[in-house]
Ligand binder design. Structure first.
Ligand code: NI
Length: 192
């Protein structure tokens, strides 16, 4: 099932996600369905990563599917992951600056500096522990998605002047008038 993606201005995007345990879900089946739906939502939106807050769930859970980026970014080969409670435990001092976007902010792209190499620990969808070193574009995706779990967005890394330049686009996201090719959930309009 394709889920609507919550757009900039939705308060859930600014909340710190809650740690996930087996008890978070009514059953293993419930988690499995959520993960399947998140991958489906990600694919139809043509994205590479989706964090639970982006579908309105304030949980520390994210999915990544960067396998189609392999021709541009060889390190993305087979890079399809479910990460529960991920923590970036190490990061290189070396950084890479590259243009980035976010499914919650369609139409906005900005250059963001990210660590070139990181180590991330997480649980997979079977609650098995992993510790993985990722680099370059894969590392960028993990850092971007982990930010979402802490209530941060990519524009937080951008200079104020650049954010200013995007005010018009941000406003149209809030108003629900932004053009978008996938199913979205703009912020609820405040009743006066
Ligand atoms: Ni994002």
């Amino acid at each position: 099932m394709i889920l609507p993606i919550y757009l900039g201005g939705q308060p859930v995007l600014r909340q710190e996600g809650t740690e996930v345990t087996r008890e978070t879900f009514g059953s293993e089946e419930e988690l499995k369905t959520l993960v399947t739906n998140m991958f489906e939502t990600l694919r139809q939106a043509d994205g590479v990563g989706l964090a639970a807050p982006q579908i309105g769930l304030s949980l520390r859970l994210l999915v990544i599917d960067a396998t189609e980026m392999v021709s541009e970014h060889p390190e993305c080969e087979g890079f399809r992951r479910v990460m529960i409670n991920p923590i970036i435990v190490e990061q290189s001092r070396e950084g890479i600056t590259l243009e980035e976007g976010c499914l919650s902010f369609p139409g906005i792209r900005e250059k963001v500096k990210r660590a070139a190499k990181i180590r991330v620990t997480y649980l997979d969808e079977h609650f098995k522990e992993h510790s993985e070193e990722v680099h370059d574009f894969s590392a960028r995706i993990v850092q971007h998605e982990c930010d979402h779990l802490n209530g941060h967005i990519f524009l937080d890394h951008v200079a104020a002047i650049r954010r200013q330049l995007n005010q018009g686009k941000l406003l149209s996201l809030r108003k629900g008038t932004a053009r978008c090719t996938y199913k979205v959930q703009p912020p609820t309009r405040q009743k006066k």
